[in-house]
Write a protein that binds this ligand. Structure first.
Ligand SMILES: C[S@@+](CC[C@H](N)C(=O)[O-])C[C@H]1O[C@@H](n2cnc3c(N)ncnc32)[C@H](O)[C@@H]1O
Length: 233
C-alpha cells in the first residue's frame, strides 16, 4: 500500500494533465461556493451514506464479510459521506478526489465524526496505489463529466488497483436538459448506458455482473439513472 493512504490528503496536482488542472479548478470553485453556504448552520449537511452504497453493502454483505481484504476506494469521494460511513462500519475506506476544496471539507467532517482522514488528492487516470490493493472500488456519481477516452484510461487504472475477483461499482445519473445534452454531443459523458459500459471495459478483464437503468420525471425533467457492478476476473 502506498504510504499516502493513511495520511491527510496530499496534493498530487503535479501529476495532473492540463485538462485535469482545469477540471480541478472548476470543481474547486463549485465546492468553494457550496462551502460558503455550509458555513451557515442551516446548510450544515449530515454525513449520510449514498443509496448506491447502502444497497450494495446489503446485497454483497456475505461476500464482504468473508473477504480478508477490507480495503475500499471511493473515486470522486467529494465531501466524504461514503468513506466516513464505511470507516464507521469497519471497512478500510479511502477517498480520492481531484478537488482540494472537497477534500478539506471531507477531512473536517471525518474528524468531527471521529474517524480521522483517509483522503488523497488524485485523479482517476493515475491512482497512487499499488496493483491488486482493493477489494472494492466505487464511484457514486463521480464518473460523469469526463470523456470516453479519459474514462477508459481510468477503468484500466481501477482494474490495476483491484485485486482479482474485486468489484467496481458505479452509477451515472443524468437530468436531461440543454446543458447535459450539449455536453453529451461534445463527448462529455453524463449517462452510462449498456453499450457505453461495454466500450469502457473493452480490453480489460472486467465482466458486467449487474446493470440496471431507469427513467423518472423529476420537477418536469427526465432523470435517467444507471448503475453498474463490474467484476475483475
Ligand atoms: C457528483 S460529485 C459526487 C461526490 C460524492 N461521490 C458524493 O456522492 O457525494 C463527483 C466528484 O467527482 C470528482 N471528480 C470528477 N472528475 C474527477 C477526476 N477525473 N478525478 C478525480 N475526481 C474527480 C469531483 O471533484 C466531485 O467531487
Amino acid at each position: 500500500m502506498n504510504e499516502q493512504e493513511n495520511k491527510s490528503f496530499v496534493s498530487g496536482s503535479e501529476s495532473f494533465s492540463d485538462a485535469e488542472n482545469k477540471r480541478r479548478d472548476a470543481l474547486d470553485r463549485q465546492y468553494e461556493k457550496a462551502l460558503l453556504m455550509w458555513n451557515h448552520d442551516k446548510f450544515k449537511s449530515e454525513v449520510k451514506q449514498s443509496q448506491l452504497m447502502h444497497n450494495f453493502m446489503k446485497d454483497y454483505e456475505g461476500e464482504l464479510a468473508a473477504s480478508a481484504n477490507k480495503k475500499m476506494l471511493d473515486l470522486g469521494c467529494g465531501i466524504g459521506n461514503d468513506v466516513i460511513t464505511l470507516r464507521k462500519q469497519g471497512y478500510e475506506a479511502t477517498g480520492i478526489d481531484i478537488s482540494h476544496s472537497a477534500l478539506k471539507l471531507a477531512e473536517k467532517r471525518a474528524a468531527e465524526e471521529g474517524v480521522g482522514g483517509y483522503f488523497v488528492q488524485a485523479a482517476y487516470s493515475n491512482l497512487p496505489y499499488e496493483s491488486n490493493t482493493f477489494k472494492v472500488c466505487y464511484s457514486v456519481g463521480g464518473l460523469g463529466g469526463n470523456n470516453l477516452e479519459y474514462l477508459k484510461t481510468s477503468v484500466k487504472e481501477v482494474e490495476r488497483v483491484l485485486e482479482n475477483n474485486g468489484i467496481f461499482l458505479f452509477n451515472a445519473n443524468m437530468v436531461v436538459n440543454e446543458k447535459t445534452l450539449e455536453d453529451q454531443q461534445q463527448g462529455i459523458i453524463r449517462y452510462l448506458e449498456a453499450p457505453l459500459v461495454d466500450k469502457l471495459i473493452e480490453g480489460t478483464s472486467f465482466k458486467v455482473e449487474k446493470f440496471a437503468q431507469s427513467e423518472a420525471e423529476v420537477a418536469g425533467h427526465l432523470l435517467k439513472r444507471s448503475k453498474v457492478v463490474l467484476r475483475k476476473l
